[in-house]
Design a protein around this ligand. Structure first.
Ligand code: PMP
Length: 321
């Protein structure tokens, strides 16, 4: 089965033909912005996109924060996304939106005439490799993971990268931190901000449970994760106290429960922080919120039906046909 076609600037192209030059500004300067959403199958067999509008809005905000001129608006990209997902014929995948300058540019700042290209790809778990600690299955994380706190790499502050811009270049520090954590036998890493407080994992937000209360760092230093926002809304709807406030490394290590949130999980339990085991993992609140989020993604929670967009019962051009 071959991967689904990639939507690129209005045309659907096979994966092998969605090319960009190695000399492109996007590759040479790392100034590609992206976003990642989820396509999930409900119990009725229908595929649903989870909060696609919020992902596309965040995607366009990222582009605008770094000055990329994207010629499509939210509605056009939403329609293109639904159509590309429907045509893919798959019901469990990630959706990746990318915007980048595809031309070679002499200067760090592209010429004013340089237009951004936009691509939308539907990516199933088998299409890309994922990382894991040495000796473990690269595609599947255990139910509760070992999390390191990076001792060497800090998250760049807002004076370096706007934290709300998902731009490729800003993942370099997190990549180095995670590489070191993987080599030391952890599954994931969390970076501190320049003030030494807990910030976020390379591609996930962090939550601690302390005294029955959820705590997650505020948005001045971390990406406004759509899963983070959903978990906070779900917790509030369930009467679980939750607050956004800074966490020290000590508070994370001594928390009752720790979990990460990201589109791809959506809630990932943590068993140990920096080698110190937490209590039961997944702990009770982690397990409850994970189950709640999975139900929301599948369209099973009527309180949050507005979060899911159904693709329809039949694909126009199922993959493999
Ligand atoms: N922080 C960063 C830096 C990320 O790249 C991601 C992944 N988009 C997240 C947090 C989690 O965001 P979301 O829940 O929207 O996937």
């Amino acid at each position: 089965m071959s991967p689904a076609d990639i939507w690129m600037d209005g045309a659907l192209l096979p994966w092998g033909e969605a090319h960009t030059s190695v000399l492109s500004h996007a590759i040479q300067r790392g100034a590609l912005v992206f976003d990642v959403g989820a396509l999930r199958e409900g119990q009725d067999g229908r595929a649903r996109l989870f909060r696609p509008r919020e992902h596309i809005e965040r995607f366009l905000r990222s582009a605008s924060l770094i000055g990329l001129d994207v010629r499509w608006g939210v509605e056009a990209l939403l329609a293109a996304t639904l159509d590309t997902a429907l045509r893919s014929g798959v019901s469990h995948a990630l959706v990746r939106w990318s915007a980048f300058v595809p031309t070679p540019e002499a200067d760090v700042v592209p010429r004013p005439s340089a237009r951004a290209s936009v691509a939308i790809a539907i990516i199933t778990p088998g299409d890309v490799s994922t990382t894991a600690a040495p000796g473990e299955d690269a595609r599947k994380l255990p139910e509760a993971i070992r999390l390191a706190i990076s001792a060497h790499v800090r998250k760049a502050g807002p004076e370096v990268f706007p934290p709300q811009a998902k731009v490729g270049a800003s993942y370099l520090g997190p990549m180095l931190a995670k590489r070191e954590a993987l080599a030391a036998g952890h599954h994931e890493v969390v970076l501190l901000d320049r003030e030494g407080r807990i910030a976020e994992a390379p591609t996930a937000n962090v939550f601690a449970v302390r005294g029955g209360q959820l705590v997650t760092p505020p948005l001045d230093r971390v990406l406004s994760g759509i899963t983070r926002d959903s978990v906070l809304a779900l917790a509030r709807a369930e009467g679980i106290p939750a607050r956004e406030s800074h966490l020290t490394p000590e508070e994370l290590v001594t928390a009752d429960e720790v979990f990460l949130t990201a589109t791809s999980y959506p809630v990932q339990a943590v068993a140990a922080v920096d080698g110190r085991a937490l209590g039961a993992a997944p702990g009770p609140l982690t397990a409850r919120l994970r189950a709640g989020m999975l139900a929301c993604e599948r369209g099973q929670d009527p309180r949050f039906h507005a979060w899911v967009t159904e693709l329809g019962a039949t694909a126009l051009n199922p993959r493999g046909s």
